[in-house]
Ligand binder design. Structure first.
Ligand code: ATP
Ligand code: MG
Length: 301
């Protein structure tokens, strides 16, 4: 696999007595989307701030394309971030001015920054607001602008802290597509979100942080497969006779129709044998989704 664009080793951050982030390791490879999930207060934004060079970790290191951004701030040219509460936008400047300002600040020449700013405003349907002060934009428009500011210098690494927060359905879908396209173009993307369906749609890998510690870090496919386990759903056309139900219970089948059954494929055949020749309506492997997994991992903890 290609060398990671971003690596974090043993990140640790304390606020007074609170250990907000404890020993977090993360890697981000070119072309991949990592969904960074966790409950409110789990430590996501604190981690993202340390990854983006805004907050100095008490311990641990960040490497951005091999460079430590706290020692070599120029490395930050390779990074774009959408931070919580889009705090890096100037409210009295227009979207165009903000984009040009950030483009130049991150190393673009003025003419190039202007050109790219216009292209982004057009692509993200903000042309009509190019000259309106940001404080007069709607919240969703401000959120979109925050993404454009992260993209203006075409960085290799994107850290997106809840980028679709407060966006209307259509805009959120547009943003989702853009994020996917950026990853296909080779960007390494960390995506923080509370919308599990967004994470499930986009992620290649998933990291779940709980009380400052990464408790799960795995490919999405691997995670879904691991939690799906061997679990089947069985439906019959009609209620089986008591005799058959007894047999099913002995095999560990639960439920009243649909019946649920945990076991491997071989055991499934025993169950099917037991219901023979009753007509089957449905036999399916149980599905799981990221939401269910998330709740299992951190929900009741
Ligand atoms: N500047 C700060 N001073 C004191 N405590 C802080 C500070 N920033 C964050 N914290 C605390 O650190 C913990 C982690 O906060 P963080 O913002 O990283 O959570 P989060 O996972 O991003 O949550 P959310 O989903 O609500 O955005 C919280 O308990 C928070 O109150
Ligand atoms: Mg946060």
């Amino acid at each position: 696999m290609a060398r990671p664009y971003l690596e974090a080793h043993g990140l640790y951050k304390r606020f007074g007595a609170l250990e907000a982030v404890k020993n977090v390791h993360l890697t981000l490879h070119p072309g991949e989307i990592l969904a960074f999930l966790g409950k409110n207060g789990a430590g996501k934004s604190t981690t993202v701030k340390m990854l983006s060079g805004l907050l100095l970790p008490d311990r641990g290191e960040v490497h951005l394309l091999g460079k430590n951004p706290f020692r070599e701030p120029l490395a930050l040219k390779h990074l774009g971030a959408v931070l919580e509460g889009n705090r890096n936008t100037y409210w009295r400047l227009t979207p165009l001015e903000n984009l040009v300002y950030f483009g130049v600040a991150r190393g673009l020449r003025l003419a190039a920054a202007r050109k790219r700013a216009w292209e982004l405003l057009e692509e993200y349907a903000l042309l009509g607001k190019a000259h309106t002060e940001v404080r007069h934009l709607s919240r969703g428009m401000q959120q979109k602008l925050a993404l454009l500011q992260a993209l203006i210098h075409d960085p290799e690494v994107l850290l997106l802290d809840e980028p679709t927060l407060g966006l209307d359905v259509e805009t959120a879908l547009l943003m989702r597509d853009k994020i996917r396209t950026l990853a296909q173009a080779g960007k390494a993307i960390l995506l923080t979100t509370h919308q599990m369906e967004v994470a499930e749609a986009l992620a290649d890998r998933v990291a779940i942080i709980h009380q400052g510690e990464v408790v799960v870090e795995e490919t999405k496919e691997g995670l879904l497969a691991r939690f799906a386990g061997e679990h089947y759903v069985l439906e019959l056309e009609e209620k089986p006779p008591l005799e058959v139900i007894k047999q099913l219970r002995a095999l560990g089948v639960e439920g009243e129709g649909p019946f649920f059954f945990r076991g491997n494929a071989q055991a499934l055949w025993q169950v099917l044998e037991a219901v023979k020749p009753l007509p089957l309506k449905k036999v399916a492997k149980g599905e799981t989704d990221l939401l269910e997994i998330f709740l299992k991992v951190v929900g009741h903890a």
